[in-house]
Design a protein around this ligand. Sequence first.
Ligand SMILES: C[S@@+](CC[C@H](N)C(=O)[O-])C[C@H]1O[C@@H](n2cnc3c(N)ncnc32)[C@H](O)[C@@H]1O
Length: 205
Amino acid sequence: MSDLAMCAERLDALSPSYEAEAREKFIPIIRPESLKLLLDAAKKTRCRRILEIGTAIGFSTAWLAVTTGAVVDTVEKDETRRERALEFWKSVGIGDRINSYLGDADELVPALAAKNRYDFVFIDAAKSRYSDYLDAVYPSLEKGGAVFADNVYYLGLVKGDAYPPHKHRTIVTNMRAFLKKISDKEKFETILYDTEDGTAVCVKL
Ligand SMILES: C[S@@+](CC[C@H](N)C(=O)[O-])C[C@H]1O[C@@H](n2cnc3c(N)ncnc32)[C@H](O)[C@@H]1O
């Protein structure tokens, strides 16, 4: 059995208790239906270098790394979550495939995009910033590479054009701007999935 296959077995075995830990600590991690879409999309692009924006405790990071064999750069601003992620990847055996960056994605994403080329980008951090993350990564995304974004319908409030409730206004307005950008048929071939909270897969043309 290959190293990666062994890591995948360990990850599979550890996942239920890790998901339970996330629930207990109220840490949002990707839900099963979206995880399946994420891994299918990543496999399809045959990606070699992935950027993940929003690590949390490294659950999706681990799955991306073992499923694709790619190097994953991942960004998180919460030090405690990042520390837990590092421990988890070590126990799965995939720590050496993952580069973890601690800090604000607003600064880290443009800096990483200026240094690297990516063929898969998973956007999963601040919901009000998706549109800015997209602008920052677009030049470094290979043609045929994909952007995967979770929670794009944000509690169902983003669908349609109804005026959003005051406390969600910024997120809804900015997420609509993100959806408009990814519907540009000259730049992306986009599929929107009406999953748990809306998921977008956009392939760069
Ligand atoms: C939904 S969680 C990520 C879940 C993870 N991708 C998974 O599915 O296992 C979003 C994470 O993004 C982080 N985050 C939010 N805003 C951020 C920012 N501006 N810079 C860096 N990380 C941020 C949060 O601390 C949180 O841990």
